[in-house]
Design a protein around this ligand. Structure first.
Ligand SMILES: CC(C)(COP(=O)(O)OP(=O)(O)OC[C@H]1O[C@@H](n2cnc3c(N)ncnc32)[C@H](O)[C@@H]1OP(=O)(O)O)[C@@H](O)C(=O)NCCC(=O)NCCS
Length: 231
């Protein structure tokens, strides 16, 4: 029988697989971008904040879903160099930083001139690699309106056959409880950025206690927050 448990080191590969299997189209359509994705959105949390990372175990020891995150993005960024030293530099070659790479490479059929709209092109693997090495770009830049108030953040993904059975709600409840007991300053609660190409999940988040907020300055994301009361 499936059950929720804390992440352990042996879940590394399964969690990478879950991340890649649930990517939105702009990332899934580029094999290089897909391969890098867990190094931005999965492995940093499980390495630096394992006590706030939960997996859905299918009952055989295999992780088939997760809700992973940290209680305070500011503390997380301050310790990020440990992740670079232990995991990232082992698996992903450091890119050059002479030029800041655009997040999106426009496709030929694109009519948009914007560089941040995923619907107008493919994600640039070089930008992913740069962001993997720069947690401050990824987690703090142009987001102060949400990160100063709702300091926790998380990512949740379940393999398709495990979706729609109530596990998402239970995983988030476990994550929220772990944030409450973390002893870290999570401010008013947690924030998440939902890619606009994945806006179909907004009703799910609203159902489990999140609300959309104005004020996230970065284009291409819908910002949502969930208040987390003090214990
Ligand atoms: C989004 C996701 C995490 C939701 O998890 P889940 O296990 O399927 O959701 P649950 O079954 O726990 O649903 C929780 C509640 O939300 C509701 N819900 C789920 N999806 C919904 C939707 N699309 N619209 C409205 N309500 C929704 C459920 O009915 C349920 O309501 P209830 O508990 O009040 O009865 C999961 O479907 C998933 O991994 N999707 C692919 C990856 C992804 O998009 N991740 C988010 C990236 S931002």
């Amino acid at each position: 029988m499936a059950f929720i448990r804390l992440y352990k080191d042996s879940d590394f590969g399964a969690c990478a697989h879950i991340c890649i299997a649930t990517l939105p189209p702009s990332l899934a359509s580029s094999p290089a971008a897909a391969k890098l994705s867990p190094y931005l959105w999965t492995h940093p949390y499980t390495f630096l904040s394992p006590s706030t990372c939960y997996v859905l175990d299918d009952g055989t020891g295999t992780a088939v879903g997760y809700c992973i995150g940290c209680p305070d993005v500011h503390t997380f960024v301050a310790y990020y160099s440990r992740y670079i030293a232990s995991i990232l530099s082992r698996d992903v070659e450091a890119p050059g930083f002479g030029v800041r790479e655009p997040w999106i490479i426009p496709t030929n059929d694109s009519t948009s001139t914007g560089t941040d709209n995923p619907s107008s092109g493919q994600v640039n693997p070089l930008a992913l690699a740069q962001n993997a090495y720069r947690a401050d770009w990824m987690l703090l830049e142009n987001k102060s309106a949400v990160t100063t108030r709702w300091r926790a953040t998380m990512h949740i993904d379940l393999l398709p056959v495990w979706q729609g059975h109530g596990w998402g709600r239970q995983l988030i409840d476990r994550f929220v409880a772990s944030v409450q007991s973390s002893g870290q300053d999570y401010g008013e609660g947690e924030h998440i950025g939902v890619a606009s190409e994945n806006s179909k999940v907004v009703p799910f988040y609203e159902r489990v206690g999140f609300r959309v907020v104005e004020g996230g300055e970065r284009e291409g994301n819908i910002w949502m927050v969930r208040d987390i009361p003090r214990d």
